[in-house]
Structure formats: structure tokens, C-alpha cells
Ligand binder design. Structure first.
Ligand code: VGL
Ligand code: ZN
Length: 205
């Protein structure tokens, strides 16, 4: 079975949002078009409490994009984003949701960030995504969404580590930093993943 993972297509990551990914909205028509070609569609949702320690606002004398040590893990400090039950945390209204079988919420523990859809950044706690996919006999995972160099990248690395055949749909992702996204794609390839374009899927399904 082939699964399609839609990573963090939420208002705060879209133009006008508090942690906007440049051209983030451009992925939405593409992922809407691709969804029916998969056996299973799963979305992730960054879902932080207001006191989350990845927010610069929860530290004194720190600015957004500073890097700190948070419980032994390097942490970029972000503007407040995707706060639980706020409009910024909602999936985009442009995103088609009828085919989404489950939504995996992550980043709920204020002490640790969670970029990947599978685990927190310390790999201490699972979200249950790997088990869910295995229960549905998924072997191939196709990944799209935001941000390409953070949550998309970490999800792809964990998918590979969990033994799934992993495909990143490059044109259905947008990064915060193009330079970091280049490094991220190289790392995914080095670990056995594949970088593809949406056209590769549209023409083969
Ligand atoms: C993300 C930074 C902080 C992402 C989430 O979805 O890529 N990036 N939280
Ligand atoms: Zn976040």
C-alpha cells in the first residue's frame, strides 16, 4: 500500500502566518490533485501549547531564530506558531480533507519539539504513525508539505529509519531555507530515499 503524508499544511506556515514558508500555499493545489492516487492519506498538524519551549517568547532575552540547548537538544527558537485551538493551527481551508484518514498531532509536550510526524526530536515518544501505517500494510511513503527543511525532512528520515520506501515529492514541498533544503535532500538520498516530482506520480498512476 502507498501512503501520502501531508506535513503541516497549516495557516501559520502559509503566507500571512506567523512562521510563513515562502510560497507555502503553492503546494496546496498540487497535493489536492495527488491525493486520490494513494491508498491512504495522512496529515500531520503542529499542535503546540502556548507555553511551548520552542517559542522564543517563552525565554527571556532570546529572539526568534536564536539557537539554544533545550534539555540537551539543539533547538531553534521560533515565533509563536500553531498554538492549539487557534486559527493559525488549522489546516488550510484550501486543503481538501475528505480523503485524510487520520491527523497526527505533534509538538504537544512543552519541553521538547517534534519536527517529525513519527517521533519527537529526542526520539523519546512515538506519535503512533509508524504502527498506524504498518497496520494498513503501507510499504511506500510519499511526503509533501511544509517546511521542506524541517518537518518534511525529519519525517522522511524517520520513515527511512522505520524501513519504509520513502519518496519526497519535491515540487509539493517548500522550505524555510533553500540552502538547508538542498542539504536535507542530499541526506535523504544518502539514506536510501528518493526525490521525485509530482509529474512522476501523475504519469505513472
Ligand atoms: C515546523 C518549525 C517549527 C515545520 C514546525 O512544520 O516544518 N518548523 N515547527
Ligand atoms: Zn512547531
Amino acid at each position: 500500500m502507498r501512503a501520502f503524508l501531508l506535513i503541516d499544511i497549516q495557516n501559520d506556515f502559509l503566507p500571512g502566518g506567523s512562521l510563513a514558508v515562502p510560497d507555502g500555499d503553492k503546494v496546496i493545489p498540487l497535493v489536492n490533485q495527488l491525493q486520490p492516487g494513494f491508498d491512504l492519506v495522512v496529515a500531520t498538524q503542529d499542535w503546540h501549547p502556548q507555553n511551548h519551549k520552542s517559542f522564543a517568547s517563552n525565554h527571556t532575552n532570546k529572539n526568534a531564530f536564536d539557537v539554544i540547548d533545550l534539555n540537551g537538544i539543539q533547538q531553534v527558537l521560533w515565533p509563536d506558531h500553531c498554538v492549539q485551538n487557534t486559527p493559525g493551527a488549522d489546516l488550510s481551508e484550501e486543503l481538501q480533507t475528505e480523503l485524510i484518514r487520520t491527523i497526527i498531532r505533534k509538538g504537544t509536550n512543552p519541553e521538547i519539539d517534534s519536527y517529525s510526524g513519527f517521533y519527537d526530536n529526542g526520539h523519546l515518544q512515538t506519535t503512533g504513525l509508524a504502527d498506524f501505517l504498518r497496520e494498513h500494510e503501507v510499504q511506500e511513503i510519499y511526503i509533501a508539505g511544509l517546511a521542506g527543511d524541517y518537518c518534511v525532512y525529519f519525517t522522511a528520515i524517520d520513515a527511512l529509519e522505520a524501513g519504509f520506501n520513502t519518496y519526497l515529492i519535491e515540487d509539493a514541498c517548500r522550505p524555510l531555507s533553500p540552502e538547508n533544503f538542498e542539504l536535507a535532500k542530499q541526506e535523504i538520498i544518502a539514506k536510501g530515499g528518493k526525490i521525485i516530482q509530482s509529474q512522476d506520480i501523475i504519469t505513472t498512476t
